[in-house]
Design a protein around this ligand. Structure first.
Ligand code: HEM
Length: 102
């Protein structure tokens, strides 16, 4: 399953109500700048739940792929209230976009 970054930019419209890709800009959710490969709960200045902060997750592509299908299943008690992306292609696409948003 290969992600398409251009398609992923469109998928990210669903995330943009809470997240932006500009570094250092936190909204309802933390900045997504550099998220792929990053340790969970480490965006400077964002007030995470303990559940997210102490999840022990590193946001590899594989882990993000699982998380975005159903965030509450991967991090119970997260405050990311988002139903998830049931479509695997859309998940792959948004991850491809987040690897190099521009
Ligand atoms: C956390 C991605 C949609 C609100 C996160 C994290 C990721 C992520 C990877 C973990 C960040 C970290 O550990 O540093 C996405 C993507 C989305 C999306 C790709 C769209 C497909 C949303 C939406 C909302 C939201 C729509 C608001 C309604 C949050 C919040 C957190 C978070 C509040 C922090 C969770 C906590 O501390 O428990 N998101 N998100 N996200 N997201 Fe999203």
């Amino acid at each position: 399953l290969t992600g398409d970054a251009a398609a992923g930019k469109m998928v990210f419209a669903q995330c943009r109500t809470c997240h932006v890709t500009d570094p250092g800009v936190n909204r309802t959710g933390p900045s997504m700048a550099g998220i792929v490969g990053r340790e969970a709960g480490t965006v400077e200045g964002f007030n995470y739940t303990d559940a997210n902060k102490n999840s022990g997750i590193t946001w590899t592509e594989e882990k993000m792929f699982q998380y975005l299908e159903n965030p509450q299943r991967v991090i119970p008690k997260t405050k990311m209230i988002f139903a998830g992306l049931p479509d695997a292609q859309k998940r792959a696409d948004v991850i491809a976009y987040l690897k190099d948003p521009s």
